[in-house]
Design a protein. Structure first.
Length: 138
């Protein structure tokens, strides 16, 4: 009877270990999935994004890690930027670190959700098309 209990205990341990192990899930490469999706990086990097806002700003994530950004009519700023993970970017702005999730990325549109203690308000951008004056596109 003791052997039967040991066998039952061994089976229970194996079942518990199997239930707790992780099963690898394949990545799904969808537009907007972030840096793991090479297509998304190609959509976001090396183009000018103009914000669809009352006072439009602009962003250009250069592939060398430089971010060109500012507001229309204001000074241009250069900052460092990088991919944080599969769907988030980070950059420096006026001495603060900004992190934003990529909610949507396409050939003509970019939607970022900046992380903020107050909550994230979506920032909508369109790809600038020459000859576009700052904030005059759409």
């Amino acid at each position: 009877m003791r052997a039967g209990r040991l066998a039952a205990l061994a089976l229970a341990c194996l079942a518990a270990a199997g239930a707790c192990s992780r099963v690898p899930v394949p990545r799904v490469n969808l537009p907007g999935a972030g840096a793991a999706n090479e297509g998304t990086a190609r959509l976001i990097e090396n183009r000018v994004w103009v914000e669809d806002a009352q006072v439009p700003g602009y962003l250009a994530f250069l592939s060398d890690g430089t971010l060109v950004h500012g507001f229309c009519g204001g000074p241009m700023r250069l900052s460092a930027w990088r991919w944080i993970d599969d769907a988030r970017l980070g950059w420096e702005s006026q001495g603060e670190v900004v992190r934003a999730e990529i909610a949507e990325a396409g050939p003509g549109a970019l939607v970022l959700l900046p992380e903020s203690p107050e909550g994230s308000a979506a920032r909508h951008f369109h790809a600038a098309r020459p000859p576009e004056a700052c904030g005059a596109g759409g």
